[in-house]
Design a protein around this ligand. Structure first.
Ligand SMILES: [Zn+2]
Length: 319
């Protein structure tokens, strides 16, 4: 049995409204989007709204930008055997939410995801093997991340072969780590900010270091006094405690379901790999180790490989 989500007609209407208001779209792009919506209605519309109240899907925030995290909530069906979502051909997990009869999941939109309208599919299977599917449209908006000019000691930028080898090895280690997937969902409830303080470098900033274009900023920098306690943004397992070349003293947490948070430039890391820690537990102290120009915390989040803005996690799961 295939069932479509309620409200898809309203979503299409809202997108079409926005298209008609958006003066920056070229005629070709307008045509492409119109074509997409028409094909979508033709292919998805057949019998789609007949039993549209069974599996209801909502997402927050309502406007999604590159690098955002989306909270997906499904309700209307109980006693499901399994439920998952699909975005751009990749599956993402969902599970029982806090309230009875709701299922929830987090979807990370990588900062490099091309701005477009995407379909998110939610597939649920109940005890008698009936398959329910809901589709919803998600418009990902473009972000102008901006650029930042930095001056750093040449030894931190133009690396000698030995250091370069070390840096590449560390990068490979992190990439491998972020490809891991823990079935167990450790995160629950609201994500919190690891330290209070002013944001000194935003997520996604393009970087020109000593006049040369370098990789964009993969997290947020929060200014804080040396020694300020750094708190776990949610429940997790410590999967890395080490001194790395660029990130300095680092701690990485695995929150389950492919979600990792990282804390860089620490003066001190508390605890060790394998430790399970709860939301708000102290995992280290603010420092300025590695490639850093002052005391601050670099806080980054990866979600199934996607680079996402950690700030977009805050307050998200309270809906
Ligand atoms: Zn940073």
């Amino acid at each position: 049995m295939w069932v479509e989500v309620a409200g898809i007609a309203e979503q299409l209407e809202a997108i079409q409204m926005r298209l008609s208001q958006d003066k920056n779209l070229t005629l070709l792009r307008r045509f492409q989007l119109f074509f997409f919506i028409t094909v979508f209605l033709m292919t998805m519309g057949r019998g789609a709204f007949a039993e549209n109240t069974l599996l209801r899907v909502e997402y927050f925030p309502s406007v999604v930008k590159q690098g955002d995290v989306c909270f997906i909530k499904a309700s209307g069906l109980t006693s499901l055997k399994s439920i998952y979502g699909e975005f751009r051909g990749e599956k993402f997990p969902m599970a029982f939410g806090a309230r009875n009869g709701t299922y929830e999941g987090l979807l990370g939109i990588d900062r490099n995801t091309p701005p477009a309208i995407y379909e998110i599919k939610i597939v649920a299977i109940d005890g008698s093997q009936s398959v329910y599917s809901s589709a919803l449209l998600l418009k990902v908006e473009k972000v102008n991340f901006g650029t930042q000019n930095l001056s750093l000691p040449p030894s931190m930028v133009d690396l000698d072969p030995k250091t370069l080898e070390r840096v590449n090895k560390e990068a490979r280690r992190l990439t491998e780590l972020f490809q891991g997937f823990r079935d167990e969902r450790l995160w629950s409830g609201a994500f919190i900010r690891p330290v209070p303080g002013e944001l000194t470098a935003a997520f996604g900033l393009g970087r020109i270091i000593n006049g040369q274009h370098r990789s964009p900023h993969t997290g947020v920098d929060i200014r804080a006094e040396e020694g300020t306690p750094v708190l776990a943004c949610n429940n997790g397992v410590v999967v890395l405690v080490d001194q790395l070349f660029f990130p300095g003293k680092s701690v990485i947490l695995d929150h389950g379901w492919g979600i990792y948070s990282m804390y860089f430039h620490l003066s001190e890391a508390l605890g060790g790999e394998g430790d399970r820690i709860s939301t708000g537990a102290v995992l280290g102290r603010v420092g300025s180790t590695g490639r850093s120009t002052g005391f601050h915390l670099h806080w980054g989040v990866r979600m199934n490989g996607a680079q996402v803005n950690p700030l977009s996690l805050l307050g998200l799961t309270e809906h």
